[in-house]
Design a protein around this ligand. Structure first.
Ligand code: ATP
Ligand code: MG
Length: 420
């Protein structure tokens, strides 16, 4: 193995592609910030117990995908495989829910770790931006979150995504359905592991990706037929709110998602250009999670969008984000004296808020101008001994090629004017 190789299932973000990742994170975060969500950051690892209880002992995430470790002090930790349990834990620890302002609306952005079989769109380290609205049961809140995710994707120019929507029922109606489903599933031709799953979490069998399993599920009892009146009314309200907002969605009664904590509203964003790793984001209501991790009753709803797959979706749709060049001015000094003077000019420009870079290493004019070109800078500043003797620098417009001498004392003002 080469020393210069990232671990299996991971990759590095390097320029210029890394700029797209930053822009995607920003595009997802912007509508949240504008809607009253506050930023939260939690550790990259938690006590393993939090995820075992919070994500669910029967989920793939906990049984197969979690990176666990024992510290030298004997603590059992896990690299976080998802964000919701940590965010809820942190909100409870900080008593945010007691500040008298429910829902507590939070957004986050970070790295997540799952020991998965690496393939296109599926990595062992990936990145999500997520949102959680804690402590309120209100269909408007469910709708708000779906609308904001839709807005984020649209602001990136994505069009080939679909929203799948379902209701998983609540603690009244879900158990009745669960039993009916178990009775149905026990008669099917399934492998040992899936048979075990029927007993632990039968809803997740509906999520099985294998075609031969899906074929047998055609006549499975539908959760929709078992929803209690309260759940039905709640779901109808969410649907109506989405429709009123002009957000198109598809009812998908098989959508259950891989985490145990979901109740009622459940949704997934899928993109049709991504092959089998088509889910770009997902979420839903998790009214029971707080109690599962030992907290008070706090009905909540949230989502997490995968940054990696969103970038792949952009590439699949051929969308190039309009990312402005980061450097506006590139300074090219010719000689020792010019180096000191121009570096002073660059420092001044930067302090004035003008993005500027510099040809380091005392390179010749030709090589330095190449770098100026590559930087995407709109203007180059070139100065040699004769310019300095006259107290000027040459200001070159990199687009038109036009060049003029500008007095040193006026460079900053002139550039500020030209750059608007
Ligand atoms: P999948 O069904 O593809 O395994 P999931 O249901 O496990 O997805 P979530 O836990 O809902 O995914 O995470 C939300 C989003 O995070 C996903 O829609 C996806 O975009 C992203 N994501 C999840 N796991 C990975 C991974 N291993 N690599 C890259 N992105 C991921
Ligand atoms: Mg998964």
């Amino acid at each position: 193995m080469s020393t210069f190789q990232a671990p299996k299932g991971t990759y590095d973000l390097t320029p210029p592609r890394s700029a797209t990742f930053l822009a995607v994170r920003e595009a997802i975060a912007a509508p949240l910030r504008d809607s009253g969500y506050g930023y939260i950051e939690t550790p990259g690892f938690e006590n393993v117990e939090l995820f075992a209880r919070g994500v669910g002992e029967s989920t793939d995430i906990v049984t197969k995908e979690m990176y666990t470790l024992t510290t030298k002090g004997g603590d059992q930790l896990a690299l976080r495989p998802e964000g919701t349990a940590s965010v809820l834990r942190a909100a409870l620890e900080a008593n945010l829910h007691k500040a008298g302002n429910l829902p507590v609306k939070l957004w986050y952005s970070g790295s997540y770790y799952r020991y998965e079989r690496p393939q296109a769109g599926r990595y062992r380290h990936f990145s999500q931006v997520g949102a959680e609205a804690i402590g309120t049961e209100d269909p408007v809140l469910d709708a708000e979150l779906i609308i904001l995710a839709d807005q984020a994707y649209r602001s990136l120019g994505l069009r080939q995504f679909r929203i799948l929507l379902n209701s998983l029922g609540d603690k009244e109606c879900r158990p009745v359905y669960r039993e009916a489903l178990q009775t149905f599933l026990r008669d099917l031709d399934l492998d040992e592991e899936t048979r075990r799953r029927i007993e632990i979490n039968p809803l997740r069998v509906l999520d099985d990706k294998r075609a031969d399993v899906q074929k047998q599920l055609t006549d499975a009892p539908k959760l929709r037929d078992y929803l209690c009146d309260a759940c039905k009314a709640y779901h109808e309200e969410v649907r109506a709110l989405l429709t009123a907002a002009g957000v198109v969605y598809e009812d998908d009664e098989k959508l259950v998602r891989g985490l145990d904590y979901y109740t009622r509203t459940t949704f997934e964003f899928v993109h049709d250009g991504l092959g089998s790793q088509s889910a770009v984001g997902g979420g839903g209501r998790y009214d029971g999670l707080s109690e599962m991790i030992g907290g008070p009753e706090l009905p909540s709803v949230g989502w997490a969008l995968g940054v990696d797959r969103t970038v792949l979706a952009l590439e699949a749709e051929g969308i190039e984000l309009d990312l402005p060049y980061t450097t506006s001015v590139y300074a090219v000094p010719l000689g020792e004296e010019a180096r000191r003077v121009l570096f002073g000019v660059v420092t001044g420009l930067r302090r004035a808020g003008i993005a500027a870079d510099f040809a380091f290493g005392g390179r010749g004019l030709k090589g330095a101008m190449k770098s100026a070109n590559r930087s995407g800078a709109r203007y180059a500043l070139v100065a040699g001994e004769r310019d300095l003797a006259e107290g000027v620098v040459q200001l070159k417009d990199m687009e038109s090629g036009e060049q003029s001498a500008v007095p040193l004392t006026e460079v900053a003002a002139e550039l500020a004017k030209r750059l608007g």
